[in-house]
Design a protein around this ligand. Structure first.
Ligand SMILES: [Zn+2]
Length: 854
């Protein structure tokens, strides 16, 4: 049967559908299979590779294997946003299953130098985490998982029995169920009986946003370290429970490529990763090469991809004494597609992944002791590395925002980082750290390397090319105050669990007004909570004081009790929710009089409107960026947003919205009618909040003005000659793939309300530079002359960035365009800048025209 199919590969495409595809195409020769184990086809209803497996059928098959095989136990580790189960199959010999908890506990001792010395690794199994298709439209991994799981359950003979005795396999058949399901629905629903390999066919052109991402359009393969998303949280819990030795991550790349396995580009390995990690990676590569040689599949290695950003699945394990391996198969992105290598068929892509699943299993078995010793040494040397490090501890906190401190702590707990409460208030480097809003993180701990990876700033690099971002310094991303300490400070109790902070209501029985500061991360949610119940709220544009002496800065929210539609008692119910659910301290006022500042009836308080928001999506809009903002508004702030397709902008009545968000991208689907409508909507008082190059589209459409920094003079001279071979390298070095810069803010501008430090770290991942506005008030947030905090930017781009603006406001009739040169809520972990986006939403409409001088 197998030979028959191979012949069929050379048949014309139209005959392909009539040719029998059989499981034996994938499986190695000479292996017997237990007939009591169901084949994939017997459960999912089609042969592997004939259709794209849907997630529910994949789940059915995994349950069937769990039922039939004493080598497998299945658990649900969590759920996706769309309610799909996240599965983990533990696959090992029945004997190991009897003893699993003892094996796990012994395995964990490898990462504890106090106990690892006495372990005899000769008799210990290795732990191998195998995961598939974190990008949902890279489905050959998950489909290969059907064959892989069948093989592990059903294969007979001494080799597989030995492997199962010596390995605990943690198998996740689909890292991204929602994305896999979205993609499989698309390609299956567009498949013809006579498969069309034409790249123009609808099957190969999936609609926006594509199946790569999860429900909120996040790239899950950037979230392993910060774990802000439910899929990652469930996975990291299992990872930390087991601390595997090897993690494999099965992806797809462009249709014209071949197959890639790690190592990636050697000069782009993160310096915190020990060299032995790459040595093991190279040795593993020899196993993959041999297996792929045997089936004649083309492959490459070392020329692309890298082990730099620890948020990726193949790099995160490098912080944990494990080795992470990226596999990239050229994608048929459908059932068959023309490529420079001939027609690329889905079954072929599945077979390459399955083949490297087996080569990985063989490798981890033959290299078992090396892997176990590597993990033991990794944790032993962590302490020596920490001893050499001049930084002995970090102090981190947000004195005015306990909720952000809480989220930062939550992130560290997920990674088993050891950290402590602060015993008393401390002032370091001019910043105050409060015991309930700060932590101390000692450097000398088992997790030294991941702590270092979370906290370090880096601006020197061996290479100037990055597969992903060049830096992520997490205290800067979270907008925290922090300090590197050269001597370990006093520490309180170790933090092992955290609860979302609850705010206090000071002066419970207010008769006149309630007031809260807007420093809290959840202040935008609290404001919407009140506005959505019809409660009138105001924001202060001046300083005022409580009768007890407490001073309130600009940006404080005031809720008068007089002339509300709800009674004071009813208002107080929602005020209580602000304290309890949003973690914000509220202050009751019994008088409005303040001689030191303004009284509460002052015109410096601006009444706020309930935002009614639409965000323009589809077409050329960036799904990642749109998803970040959708996720922020929907899941964190519970603020409704209408996701309006570009084509609908052309036809819909948009007068019901008062804010329209434009994520980065191009909006060419919006026609002249749509442009005119947007323009008159803005002239009538609408607020557009636009990001990055969306501002270019808007300016070209005559909605808002906008200038970017140009190259000094077009150079008329003949360019200095450079070798052709360096084109890629030279162009790549000009990309700003993601770096952190300090911007200086005017905290009296409403767009900066809720910030307490005018030095604000901002993440930049583009080469767009806003010229400063001409007016005295038109540059509320600017990059200075030496703004780089961490990461890589080329010299020419750095020169352009200096002294440019982050925010540019245009007056359009009675409305505004608030333009941001950068995204403000990158990958859900840039907590620090999200407030600016929300300020634009809440305060954009009432900004003085003096700000919008453009
Ligand atoms: Zn991928």
């Amino acid at each position: 049967m197998r030979k028959l199919f191979l012949l069929a590969l050379f048949f014309p495409v139209s005959l392909l559908a009539q040719t029998q595809l059989d499981l034996s195409y994938y499986l190695p020769d000479g292996v017997k299979f237990d007939p009591a184990i169901p084949t994939p086809k017997s459960v999912i209803g089609h042969e592997v590779g004939e259709w794209h497996v849907s997630h529910d059928r994949l789940v059915n098959y995994m349950y069937a294997l769990d039922k039939a095989s004493d080598r497998i136990s299945l658990e649900v580790t969590g759920y996706t946003y769309e309610g799909r189960p996240l599965l983990l199959l533990t696959i090992t010999s029945p004997k190991n299953h009897q003893n699993l908890e003892a094996i796990r506990l012994q395995h964990l001792q490898l990462s504890d130098p106090a106990r690892s010395g006495s372990l005899d690794v000769k008799s210990m199994p290795a732990v191998f985490y195998m995961g598939c298709s974190i990008h949902g439209n890279e489905p050959s991994g998950a489909n290969a998982g059907l064959v892989g799981a069948y093989y592990l359950a059903a294969a007979q003979g001494p080799e597989i029995e030995k492997y199962l005795d010596n390995t605990i396999i943690l198998f996740d058949p689909s890292f991204n169920p929602d994305g896999l399901h979205r993609f499989s629905s698309w390609v299956n629903s567009r498949k013809s009986i006579s498969i069309s390999p034409d790249p123009n066919d609808t099957e190969h052109n999936e609609p926006w946003p594509g199946g790569r991402t999860n429900h909120y359009w996040f790239d899950l393969n950037r979230d392993w370290m910060v774990a802000q998303l439910p899929e990652s949280q469930a996975r990291i819990r299992k990872f930390q429970q087991w601390k595997p030795n090897l993690l494999t991550d099965h992806h797809e790349q462009g249709t014209n490529a071949s197959f890639f396995f790690m190592p990636g580009v050697p000069s782009r390995v993160h310096p915190l990763t020990p060299p032995k990690n790459q040595e093991l990676t190279r040795k593993l590569g020899e196993y993959h090469a041999k297996a792929l040689d045997q089936i004649g599949s083309l492959y490459f290695t070392q020329e692309g991809y890298d082990d730099f950003y620890y948020g990726k699945g193949s790099t995160y394990p490098d912080t944990q004494g494990a080795v992470g391996i990226l596999f990239e198969q050229a994608s048929s992105r459908g059932h068959a597609q023309e490529s420079v290598n001939g027609i690329l068929r889905f079954p072929f892509t599945i077979r390459n992944h399955f083949t490297t699943m087996l080569s990985s299993l063989k490798a981890i078995n033959e290299m078992r002791e090396e892997f176990l010793n590597y993990q033991r040494d990794f944790y032993k040397t962590a302490s020596a590395e920490a001893a050499k490090d001049p930084v002995k501890a970090y102090i981190v906190g947000a004195s005015k925002d306990r909720t952000r401190t809480f989220h930062f702590g939550e992130m560290m707990l997920r990674q088993n980082v050891e950290f402590y409460k602060l015993p008393s208030t401390q002032t370091i480097g001019g910043k105050t750290y409060e015991p309930d809003a700060a932590f101390v993180v000692p450097a000398n701990q088992l997790n030294y390397r991941i702590v270092k990876a979370m906290f370090e700033k880096r601006s020197k690099f061996e290479d100037s090319l990055f597969y992903d971002i060049s830096t992520w310094t997490l205290p800067l991303a979270f907008g925290m105050d922090y300090e590197e300490l050269k001597a370990p400070p006093a520490m309180g109790e170790r933090v092992t669990e955290l609860k979302m902070p609850v705010g206090k209501i000071n002066g419970d029985k207010a008769t006149y007004a309630y007031v809260f500061e807007s420093y809290g991360y959840y202040a935008p949610r609290a404001m919407y909570r009140l506005l959505s119940h019809g409660i009138r709220i105001k924001v202060s544009n001046d300083v005022f004081n409580h009768s007890n002496g407490k001073r309130f800065e600009r940006g404080t929210i005031m809720i008068p009790l007089e002339n509300q539609e709800l009674s004071p008692e009813q208002v107080s119910v929602y005020i209580k929710e602000v304290a309890e659910k949003d973690g914000i301290d509220v202050y009751g006022f019994n008088t409005g009089l303040d001689y030191k500042g303004v009284s509460l009836g002052s015109s410096s308080f601006t009444a706020l409107q309930k935002p009614v928001i639409a965000m323009v999506i589809e077409g050329g809009a960036s799904a990642n960026d749109a998803g970040e903002m959708w996720h922020l508004l929907d899941t964190r702030f519970n603020i409704p947003v209408t996701l309006i397709p570009q084509s609908v902008v052309n036809t819909a009545n948009i007068s019901k919205y008062n804010v329209i968000i434009f994520p980065p991208g191009n909006f060419s689907v919006i026609n002249d009618t749509g442009k005119d409508k947007l323009k008159s909507w803005t002239q009538n008082g609408g607020v557009i909040v636009a990001f990055e190059n969306a501002n270019t589209w808007l300016a070209n459409a005559g909605i808002g003005k906008y200038e970017t920094k140009k190259d000094k003079e077009d150079n008329k001279d003949v360019a200095k000659p450079k070798p052709y071979a360096d084109i890629q390298e030279n162009n790549g070095a000009q990309e700003t793939s993601g770096a952190i810069f300090q911007a200086d803010g005017d905290l009296s501008n409403p767009l900066l309300f809720g910030y307490w430090d005018p030095k604000i770290p901002v993440f930049k991942s583009n080469n767009l530079f806003f010229e400063k506005g001409k007016g005295a008030y038109s540059n509320p947030l600017v990059y200075g002359s030496n703004p780089l905090l961490s990461g890589y930017i080329s010299k020419p781009n750095y020169d352009k960035l200096k002294n440019t603006s982050v925010i540019g406001v245009s007056n359009v009739g009675r409305g505004k365009v608030i333009g941001f040169s950068e995204g403000m809520t990158f990958r859900a972990f840039w907590y620090g800048t999200a407030k600016m986006l929300m300020n634009a939403v809440y305060y954009g409409g009432s900004l003085s025209n003096e700000v919008g001088s453009r």
